[in-house]
Design a protein around this ligand. Sequence first.
Ligand SMILES: [Zn+2]
Length: 258
Amino acid sequence: MVRKLFGGGPVISLVDFMGTSPTLLMLCQVLYLRNSDAWTWTLANNGIFSIKKLTTLIDCATFRSELNLPGTLINKMVPLKIELFIWRARRHRIPVRVELDKREIDLGYIRCPICDDGLEDVDHALFKCKFANEIWLRVFKWWKFDQANIPLSVDCFIGNGFNFQNTSVKEIWQSVVWDTCYTIWNNRNATVFGKSKMGSAMILSEIQLRCFEWINNRSKSISLDWNSWLTNPINLESQLTPSANGFLGMGQISVQIL
Ligand SMILES: [Zn+2]
């Protein structure tokens, strides 16, 4: 039973409080009565329950365990929510209309709500849709990649569509690709649910800023220069790849190796 976790209230059962998930119930079992007046939460060093700590534990116990399945891609430069979205997208588990229809949720209409130019499956929503393609065109132009290589499938691109010598650059480009997918999906939802949709130029600016901050904040060894990031990110390959004599290549002014 749980009482006074949040400042009082009626006595309720743990199942009522946390739901019936085995994982959540497992977390709850660490709550115990030390004496007649106080609860101690043994998953925190100070014994004090907090929503923030509980959220972190639930994330680790649920999402992370799934993210650690064989074949799962991990990129520490992006937040967990992005990794989780990509995990779901690669398994066709985002609620596009075709997938909802497969699960017998009758929408009456499974064509793309953005362009109406095809069935809305995962590949269409994230890559083939006219709206998605506008974003990918801008991202590829930013990285000076051949636009003929813009992907058409989540299976052939998110997991394997990277060809860099340097592992860090691969992770950086992967961060951009993953955030682009996530941003396209969020803007698709904004349109479907009647919220204002951003233009492709604004979306690219958001991706550039967000990835810049993630990489600089999360990487212990890379510090990106903002102007170089905007104008010539592909130069990272030569900047971060050690040359044959063990020294870094050109561009150390714009990318500092800490
Ligand atoms: Zn479409």
